[in-house]
Design a protein around this ligand. Sequence first.
Ligand code: XIL
Length: 371
Amino acid sequence: MHAPRRNSPRAGLWAMPTALALLLATGCGSGDGDPAPPSPSQSTGPSPTAPGERTMRQLAEERGKYMGVAVDADALGEESPYPRLAGEQFGMLTAENAMKWPQTERSPGSTSYEDADRVVDFAKRHRQRLRGHALTWNTHEPQWLSAQKFSDERIGELLREHVQDEAGRYKGAIYAWDVVNEPLTGKGTLKPGTLLDALGPDYIADSLRWAHQADPDARLYLNEFGAEGIGPKSDGLYRLAKSLKEKGVPLHGIGFESHFELGKVPKDMRQNMERFTALGLEVAVTELDVRMRTPATDDALERQAEDYASVIRTCLNVEKCVGVSFWNLHDGASHVPKKRPGWGAAHAYDAQYRPKPAREAVAEALTEEGG
Ligand code: XIL
């Protein structure tokens, strides 16, 4: 059940334990190398963060977790609240599209990292960490990869060059890479696509090994949707992760995307995460959103807040859940209605950057006792 809403999620900075406040202020970060939040002057545009408000970033770091968000490279340069919110409220960024293979290699061998670089620079300026997303995506590879009728061997070379080049370019800047994105069908079997068809199941282990060679300190993930609760798809993910670990393939984490429909956060999400952490893996909520039929009603927004809070509590309750990232920042920049017309209002801020009940519920869940 959702705990009753308290009225204090906006308690001031002064309420922070002194030692932590000092660490953040001096930029020393935690033992994990966590960066300190930026001073407001490092961001441009008006700030939607209320004076003295404790940010989700601070609240999560006090609990040993991170809060993250997927960002659009262009929007980070806007004179709007977007960069301020992204820079102040989150300690982890994911490039929504800028690091994907179709964006970074528009024709074979010709790379373009300008957009990705802008996201990396923004994160550096705001002392944020980065999730790299995503090196391979069997169904969303560059269009030229299948159009040009390459031999299977050449497809393998192009994949290796891409993984090594991109992971190598950002060596040291990335906390974790989604090395393999969405590898599975709903039944938990490997999803057909250019890479699987050309290279067989080994494209997964090979991609992880190449990424590890290129950036040995990055945490390497499989990232999947619809595998948050226990069922055929997450069973398949579990078998895949277990077999990779048994073969000594460098796999460190599982990303649960968590694109939910209102009221459908699986009750067994914690139990599911824990079977993966029992394999020696960390887990993360990598792409949280909770969609509803639009226009949104007040009642639906309250229920959405409960869904958001329950995901935060799940991560707090799983020791090796490292953090939660939102996909996207606000309702006006949402991927949801583009994909599912008639659905939306899925995010923690509305299209005018106002915090929604979900934003308040996240802050409350992060401050609850006994998580
Ligand atoms: C989405 C982006 O948000 C859209 O802008 C883009 O058109 C398609 O991809 N799972 C993922 C993300 O791993 O990369 C997807 O992002 C959303 C689903």
